[in-house]
Design a protein around this ligand. Structure first.
Ligand SMILES: Nc1ncnc2c1ncn2[C@@H]1O[C@H](COP(=O)(O)OP(=O)(O)O)[C@@H](O)[C@H]1O
Ligand SMILES: [Mg+2]
Length: 404
């Protein structure tokens, strides 16, 4: 029994460890779903997850085998003990002391009865707790899957788009019914291929939502968004996202090496180390990466806990640079940087944005000054648009944003 207990304990530890890994992967994927989607990391994440689940299954089967071996052994022991007691009582009965013996055996029976009942109660408790916990999970599982292929037959697969974007009468809201938050209504915006457009405006004005509509993280309620003149809903979802590099407001990093975070979801044999280093250099990340124990092969820890906010942000920027996509969206991508590294990263971004369509969202107006066009949003409406100099001269919203 002791041998089995020891084995059970070891297996339980292994299951716990693997559960931890699995939950951790799930956590990363749920929090970082936008990054997983835009960098087509689904297959990569799936195989990581599958491996963890496989490990758990193996350990669980082994522990079940051990448990089922231990139960009969324990039961056999109990039966032996009971037999012994009965034998002893029989001996006593022979000697003419039957009544106390019968009384004793009754007591023993009674004593044994509560334990299985208790066990049954505990099982019920487990079931109830499980059912309660699964409620939230079912709600999550009921979310409709993204249509990877468009409904239109023969969806075009643009291999390399030019990057012209057009918002036509776009309505967009989060939620429905009572909880509905309308973000955009009858929104129109044209962005020429290769143009750099900066979105500015108070927080809550709809900048992030607008950006999230382009890779179809959310669907418009009505109206349409065109890429190179083609409705994005007519494009293959994966092909569409391949055209876009995205740096999120919330930085998402994975518990993996620096290299694999920059060349995220690229199969190991296809990672171009030189390109990774070039991207890191442009993002001003090279210096701190080389200072780490194993350089580009250093593990950055769970959600990059071994890095500072600015370092994480530079890694996220390096990832976008490595992707080398025709459209680049930067949502507050330099907000965690101090002004010194920001100006350096800004130079890298400026060169990155050349010959690409770029949408930059920034609080700090120093980062948007050089944009071809600045669009000022207020409550989901465009209230001003023009170059930095033009808008300053207008002394409108932008001018006052600049003052504060
Ligand atoms: N996931 C979401 N679910 C519901 N409402 C949201 C969500 N994200 C943003 N909103 C709401 O949409 C509006 C626009 O938000 P957002 O696009 O994040 O603005 P900005 O990026 O300009 O700060 C805000 O009122 C915000 O509360
Ligand atoms: Mg935002």
């Amino acid at each position: 029994v002791r041998v089995i207990s020891k084995r059970l304990r070891k297996l339980a530890q292994r299951i716990q460890g693997n559960m931890g890994t699995m939950n951790h992967i799930l956590d990363e994927n749920i929090k970082g779903q936008k990054i997983v989607k835009i960098y087509a990391g689904a297959r990569h994440e799936k195989s990581k997850f599958k491996h963890a689940v496989h490990q758990i299954r193996n350990a669980t089967i082994k522990s079940e085998v051990a448990t089922s071996a231990s139960t009969p052994i324990i039961e056999l022991l109990i039966v032996c003990v009971i037999s012994l007691i009965i034998y002893l009582m029989a001996q006593q009965a022979k000697a003419g002391e039957l009544t106390p013996g019968a009384f004793l055996s009754y007591t023993i029976m009674m004593g044994l009865l509560p334990s299985p009942i208790k066990k049954l109660m505990r099982i019920n408790e487990h079931i109830q707790r499980g059912l309660a916990a699964s409620d939230g999970i079912f709600a999550f599982l009921d979310e409709a899957a993204e249509p990877m292929q468009s409904s239109t037959a023969g969806a075009a697969k643009p291999l390399q788009c030019r990057g012209e974007l057009q918002f036509n009468n776009v309505d967009f809201a989060y939620g429905a019914g009572e909880a509905k938050t309308t973000v955009l209504s009858h929104f129109n915006l044209h962005i020429a291929a290769g143009e750099t457009v900066a979105l500015v405006g108070a927080s809550g004005s709809g900048k992030s939502s607008l950006a999230a509509l382009i890779p179809r993280f959310y669907e418009v309620s009505s109206g349409e968004i065109l890429l190179d003149g083609q409705a994005i809903t007519d494009l293959d979802l994966q092909a569409l996202r391949e055209q876009i590099a995205f740096v999120n407001q919330d930085i998402v990093l994975f518990d993996d090496t620096v290299e694999r975070n920059i060349a995220y979801a690229v199969p190991a044999e296809d990672i171009d180390r030189a390109a990774v280093e070039r991207a890191a250099q442009l993002a001003q990340a090279n210096d701190f990466i080389l200072r780490m124990d194993n350089g580009y092969d250093s593990n950055i820890g769970e959600s990059g806990q071994r890095l500072s906010g600015g370092q994480k942000q530079r890694l996220a920027i390096a990832r976008a640079i490595y992707k080398d996509a025709p459209i680049i969206i930067l949502d507050e991508a330099t907000s965690a940087l101090d002004s010194h590294s920001e100006s350096k990263v800004q130079q890298a971004l400026d060169s990155l944005m050349q010959n690409r369509t770029a949408i930059i969202i920034a609080h700090r107006l120093s980062t948007v000054k050089n944009a071809d066009r600045i669009v000022v949003l207020d409550n989901g409406q465009i209230v001003e648009s023009g170059t930095h100099a033009e808008l300053l001269a207008q002394k409108g919203h932008y001018f006052y944003l600049n003052q504060s």
